[in-house]
Design a protein around this ligand. Structure first.
Ligand SMILES: Cc1ncc(COP(=O)(O)O)c(C=O)c1O
Length: 403
């Protein structure tokens, strides 16, 4: 038995069965290349599901983490730390937001936004504003609050009762949104692109309409930019494509470049929504995570990666559209910047196709059940994209069909 087989057997024994990972064990990564325990190399155009904004083990990020680990790893939130202050300042400087709260994950950032929304209205004496409006097919996380706002019933199975008072409307339907928001709505939560839902890009009318409706009716607008933020779509935040500023915005995934880090950024007007003592996290704003966050921003600037995401995102969208024309196993493309999806035809087996892609040495993920998601790190090169697309095409020419 090889070392890798041995590890796979142990994994089945000691790890919970809530995931179904591919049958190899990754041990090393650099840039877009990862290696498994048998020494086989893969091209990673998934970036750990939009997380590795600067690629695997970028030397600047790795040394920033190492240096910070040797200097100051953790202090409680009873004390300030320099890294959290610097990172909050840097995020505010780049966005329309005025204040930042740090978490360790996307779900936690969304939890903070939901609590902020309810408490904001409570602080203003508007006790009836406790309800939320979310969208069908959305994904906001797996903790009870964020799960309750996630518009995919399969994730709710066996987890009820969830938090009360959530209404789901069709995505990109401004009329449905207008009909759903009333004087009991604390907030509307939206992704600018429904990423896990299948890379469905929000329309200008929908996002602009959401801002207007929330303003008219006194509800907060929360944008979940956990997957779309930090340069992924070719702008620092996807909301910039729309010119829409929400009251609060959640960030995670790419913000730490692989180090667990999340954030909620808010405008001044709602910052009092989480007053002293109303919310906290032991690890949130920890100097080690924030040093990683600062290094990621440094690399984005130094290497012009938001612009690279825009330029190569356009190239990728065009190349995928051409691929789609050549193949009968696909049924269209959609996306923005370096968050792109290739929709599989109805008779193609998505799970088996993904397995074949991995077996061919390319790491990608599925979104929305039948969409092949290409979400590489922002410092991907055109050559790497071409290489990945060539592998993908070879697999899709012989795409496994549904039984
Ligand atoms: C848009 C969106 N929101 C929230 C989450 C949850 O983030 P996390 O898994 O870090 O809790 C995800 C993760 O895929 C996401 O894509």
């Amino acid at each position: 038995m090889t070392r890798q087989d041995d590890m796979l057997r142990t994994a089945k024994e000691v790890q919970l069965g809530n995931y179904a990972p591919a049958p190899f064990v990754l041990t090393h990564g650099r840039g877009r290349r990862v290696t498994d325990a048998s020494g086989r190399e893969y091209l990673d155009l998934s970036a750990g599901i939009s997380v590795l904004s600067v690629g695997h083990s970028h030397p600047t990020l790795s040394s920033a983490i190492g240096e910070q680990a040797a200097r100051l790893m953790h202090v409680s939130n009873i004390f300030y730390n320099d890294r959290a202050i610097e990172l909050a300042d840097a995020i505010c400087a780049r966005t329309a937001f005025d204040k930042v709260y740090f978490s360790n994950s996307g779900s936690e950032a969304n939890e903070a936004m939901l609590k902020l929304a309810r408490r904001y209205h409570h602080e203003r004496g508007d006790e009836k504003r406790v309800r939320f409006v979310s969208t069908v097919n959305s994904f906001h996380g797996r903790t009870m609050g964020s799960l309750s706002l996630t518009g995919q019933p399969k994730y709710h199975e066996g987890m009820k009762p969830l938090i009360e008072g959530v209404r789901f409307i069709e995505y990109n339907d401004p009329r449905a949104l207008a009909a759903a928001v009333d004087d009991e709505t604390a907030a509307v939560i939206l992704e600018p692109i429904q990423a896990e839902g299948g890379i469905i890009v929000g329309t200008q009318e929908f996002l602009e309409g959401a801002r207007r409706i929330c303003d008219e009716r006194g509800a907060l607008l929360l944008l979940d930019e956990i997957q779309t933020g930090y340069g992924r779509t070719g702008k620092f935040l996807a909301q910039e494509h729309y010119g829409v500023v929400p009251d609060a915005c959640s960030l995670a995934k790419g913000i730490g470049g692989g180090f667990p880090l999340g954030a909620m950024a808010v405008v001044d007007r709602v910052a009092g929504g989480l007053p002293l003592g109303s919310h906290a996290s032991t690890f949130g704003g920890n100097p080690l995570a924030c040093a990683a966050g600062l290094a990621v921003l440094h690399i984005l600037d130094e290497e012009g990666l938001v612009e690279n995401a825009r330029v190569l995102g356009e190239y990728l969208a065009g190349a995928l559209a051409e691929l789609d024309e050549r193949l009968d196993a696909t049924n269209g493309t959609r996306g923005l910047g370096l968050l792109q999806g290739l929709v599989l035809a109805d008779d193609v087996d998505p799970g088996a196709t993904l397995k074949a892609v991995h077996a061919a040495g390319l790491l990608l993920t599925l979104a929305g059940g039948n969409v092949v998601r290409i979400s590489p790190s922002l410092n991907v090169t055109r050559d790497e994209l071409e290489e990945g697309l060539a592998i993908l095409e070879r697999v899709l020419i012989e795409a496994p069909r549904k039984p």
